[in-house]
Design a protein around this ligand. Structure first.
Ligand code: HEC
Length: 91
């Protein structure tokens, strides 16, 4: 039996998020550094999985982000990845 390889947040990012989010630069969506500075892990995960209702809770009038159905490990990995940009300067 092989242990499953740990899922890397960077990989989830490159697969699903990179087209609209960058780490420290504003893209179509806000940079991860900005998100990490103001959101909890729960808010981040809720936004990813239930974008339509949670974007309103976070203060967006409209939303442009599609919701994602990720595996639990992927969701945790991408959340850690986003939060790793806390205290990084937004360009
Ligand atoms: C099609 C473009 C698009 C993709 C792909 C996308 N996002 Fe977004 N995201 C946005 C936009 C635009 C916003 C700002 C709110 C809105 O308009 O929906 C946003 C907002 C967010 C927020 C909340 C920002 C805040 O105010 O705290 C989080 C968290 C987030 N995205 C995470 C992700 C993650 C993680 C992925 C990949 C799994 C992803 N997004 C993929 C466009 C995208």
């Amino acid at each position: 039996m092989y242990a499953a390889a740990p899922i890397e947040g960077k990989k989830v990012f490159e697969t699903y998020c990179w087209g609209c989010h960058h780490q420290t630069a504003v893209a179509f969506g806000p940079p991860f550094a900005e998100i990490a500075a103001k959101r909890s892990p729960e808010e981040i995960q809720a936004m990813i999985t239930d974008t339509e209702s949670v974007s309103k809770v976070l203060g967006y009038k409209r939303y442009a982000m599609p919701a994602f159905t990720l595996k639990k490990e992927e969701l945790e990995a991408i959340t850690r990845y986003i939060l790793s940009y806390k205290n990084k300067k937004v360009q």
